[in-house]
Write a protein that binds this ligand. Structure first.
Ligand code: SF4
Length: 393
């Protein structure tokens, strides 16, 4: 199926599957967020992705996987020496580019203009707190919050859309409602509230001091979701079991719901899974199970009686080892098989999918047969193209 075909929709005409790829440009960053997955990765494995490799990956996203959007991840991708060229190449291909960033370098209006000229679609800015909380989480203070606020003003000035990411930890859980207010004030279209996932290097750590229980975060999060609703801002909660947010499940995305969020990543291109074109919902259901297993999520005894068991990740084993599973609150009723059961009731920001004539022409030039052999290295942690060694000096 080419991108001009109708989108693949969930069973019963529910939300379409995402067509967003993700490309890690390298793990180098200039702050040290205390919860970062990459904090424990050795510096020698934080080299940047070469330009030609990035171009090849983007061409495969577009020509083979038929993605229409791409997120650039780091580290801090704005530090990549060829970030602007990579963004421009994505835009030329008809892959609308998003940069996921702490935003601080965008306090420089000239850089924001350069991204606009390169064809940026939007920015996903990590706003992990209000005021000094940001610097404390970044563990490096260079007027971080004021630079972020300047960046948001610059984006607004130039009419570049932006969304927020916030990783919810003990340090910022009482500020979630204020972050929702900030989104409304500054004009963010979406806020993603992310549960801290003890993945990768964190998985073996027992007592992580900044980690908070779902039941501690949930009251603050519920208020923040409601505030977003009042302000017309889309609120998404990632990786928290739906039973932790009764009445607000339409906002909750575990690994089973992710394929139906246009702001999330396509398992197919994410893991370079090799299915040409856009798979059907059944493919994504199986990919969601694999993702659940990849990160080792488990159901606790109470989940055995839950109607959502087949479409909910459950809990991370580190979380269960630390706090047990008493927070699980099973849903009564017959088993629910449709991952969009709740989220189909959420109002989502949707993007027009018509590519420009020029981008459509570029797409015709991409040959799926030859792109099938373009592969990014997949690291031990399952992320494609992430860790790469610096050349020895
Ligand atoms: S399966 Fe378990 S964790 Fe998921 S919603 Fe049900 S009780 Fe909660």
């Amino acid at each position: 199926m080419r991108s001009s075909d109708p989108p693949v929709v969930a069973p019963d005409g529910g939300p379409p599957t995402t067509s967003r790829g993700v490309l890690w440009l390298g793990l180098h960053c200039d702050v040290r967020c205390k919860f970062c997955y990459d904090e424990l990765v050795p510096l020698r494995e934080k080299a940047w992705m070469p330009l030609e490799e990035a171009f090849g990956a983007l061409e495969k996203f577009r020509g083979f996987y038929h993605n229409e959007f791409v997120d650039f991840m780091g580290g801090e991708p704005t530090l990549h020496p060829h970030a602007l060229e990579i963004v421009a190449h994505a835009a030329d291909l008809g892959l609308r580019p998003t940069v996921i960033t702490h935003g601080m370098r965008l306090a420089d209006l000239r850089l924001v203009r350069a991204y606009a000229e390169a064809g940026i679609h939007d920015f996903l800015v990590s706003i992990h707190g209000i005021g000094q909380t940001v610097a404390e989480i970044h563990q490096r203070d260079r007027h971080n919050y004021s630079r972020q606020m300047q960046a948001l003003d610059n984006l607004r000035l130039l009419g570049i859309p932006f969304r927020f990411n916030v990783t919810m930890i003990r340090d910022n859980m009482s500020e979630l409602e204020a972050i929702a207010d900030l989104a409304g004030d500054k004009g963010a279209r979406v806020v993603n509230f992310l549960t801290f996932n003890p993945y990768f290097e964190w998985a073996q750590q027992g007592e992580i001091e900044f980690q908070a229980r779902h039941s501690e975060i949930a009251p603050h999060l519920a208020k923040a979701i409601d505030r977003c609703a009042q302000l017309g801002v889309e609120a998404n909660v990632r990786y928290m079991p739906p039973c932790q947010l009764p009445g607000r499940e339409a906002h909750v995305y575990t690994g089973f719901q992710l394929p139906y969020d246009p702001h999330e990543w396509d398992y197919n291109s994410w893991y370079d899974a090799g299915h040409e074109g856009r798979p059907l919902p059944q493919w994504y259901l199986e990919a969601s199970r694999q993702q659940q297993q990849r990160h080792g999520y488990i159901h606790v005894p109470a989940c055995n009686d839950c109607a959502l068991r087949e479409i909910c990740d459950g809990f991370h084993p580190q979380y269960v080892a630390r706090w047990g599973g008493e927070e699980a609150s099973p849903y009564p009723g017959p088993p629910v098989q449709d991952p969009t059961h709740f989220i189909r009731g959420q109002s989502k920001l949707r993007y027009p999918t018509t590519a420009s004539d020029e981008a459509a022409h570029r797409l015709e030039e991409l040959r799926p047969g030859s792109l099938a052999d373009v592969h990014r290295p997949v690291g031990e942690d399952g992320r494609a193209g992430v860790r790469r060694s610096r050349r020895p000096r």
